[in-house]
Design a protein around this ligand. Structure first.
Ligand SMILES: NC(=O)c1ccc[n+]([C@@H]2O[C@H](COP(=O)([O-])OP(=O)(O)OC[C@H]3O[C@@H](n4cnc5c(N)ncnc54)[C@H](O)[C@@H]3O)[C@@H](O)[C@H]2O)c1
Length: 246
């Protein structure tokens, strides 16, 4: 099986369209592969087997091979995947080479933690603005950014070409914030508020809810307890590690 050559445009591997239509579940796993590949590259690895990468990413290797085949990446028999090349391909597909501008709305407990997190830059994002409705918070500087009033959203979004808005307000304010982001031209929203947002079809919303993740783990705890309670009950082997929010 061939692997895409160095120097060719990522995403244009033989027989694969420049922008393949990927299953949602594959898209959700690509950042996991990327994180694992970055760790491998930092450790000096130039190639990695599908089993090695699958273990590092916490998925099974058949699923990984299928996911990467969507990108036209099949690895080389006996050698595996070229780490640098695969990083390029995944970053290209995820659009991480564009260093998108992100704003955060709601600088409370959660917003503070998110705004202070230095890891977004190394993952391909620029946090360019922080907004809050509370005038007492306006002017506070976090990670070199001064909190702006939410009334400035449209102006700042235009100046900074903000692509992604993160909502960390209470749920009661989240819809009005989402409406403001959409009106300001933002077409991707990451919503931490535990509520469903109504947005136009051209706007993508991802939701992060740690309580839901805990509830899912609670289900698995419940299931394991009921299986081991059965005579001779055996719990199934460990499953894949799903990313929160996927
Ligand atoms: N997703 C998760 O796993 C997770 C975890 C914790 C909290 N949360 C959610 O995150 C949100 C924030 O939680 P928190 O503890 O930081 O709350 P918080 O009350 O400490 O902060 C909310 C901030 O939003 C601001 N705000 C309110 N309305 C606004 C508006 N219209 N425009 C701009 N700013 C506005 C407030 O002034 C405040 O600074 C809540 O919805 C909470 O349920 C989610």
């Amino acid at each position: 099986m061939s692997q895409q050559r160095h120097g060719s445009t990522p995403g244009e591997a033989d027989g694969v369209p420049a922008f393949p239509d990927l299953p949602e579940a594959t898209i959700a796993r690509l950042p996991e592969y990327l994180r694992a590949l970055h760790h491998l590259a930092e450790a000096g690895a130039e190639t990695v087997s599908s089993e090695g990468l699958a273990a590092a990413a916490g998925v099974n290797s058949a699923k990984l091979r299928k996911d990467l085949s969507h990108l036209g990446s099949y690895g080389t028999r006996g050698v595996g995947y070229d780490v640098a090349l695969l990083v390029d391909q995944i970053e290209y597909i995820l659009g991480l080479d564009e260093n998108r501008a992100v704003c955060l709305v709601g600088v409370g407990n959660l917003g503070h933690a998110l705004a202070g997190y230095a890891g977004f830059a190394s993952r391909g994002f620029r946090v360019v603005a922080l907004f809050d409705a509370d005038r007492k918070k306006v002017g506070e500087v976090i990670n070199g950014l001064s909190v702006r009033h939410i009334d400035d959203l449209a102006q700042v979004a235009a100046e900074e070409s903000i692509a992604i808005g993160v909502i960390a307000t209470p749920p009661a304010s989240a819809q009005v914030v989402a409406d403001g982001l959409v009106a300001a031209g933002v077409t991707s929203i990451l919503n931490f508020a535990p509520c469903v947002l109504s947005v136009p079809p051209n706007v993508d919303v991802r939701k992060v809810d740690l309580a839901i993740e805990l509830q899912i783990l609670s289900f698995h705890e419940h299931r394991k307890a009921s299986l081991t309670a059965l005579p001779g009950g055996v719990v199934d082997g460990a499953g894949d590690q799903e990313a929160v929010g996927s």
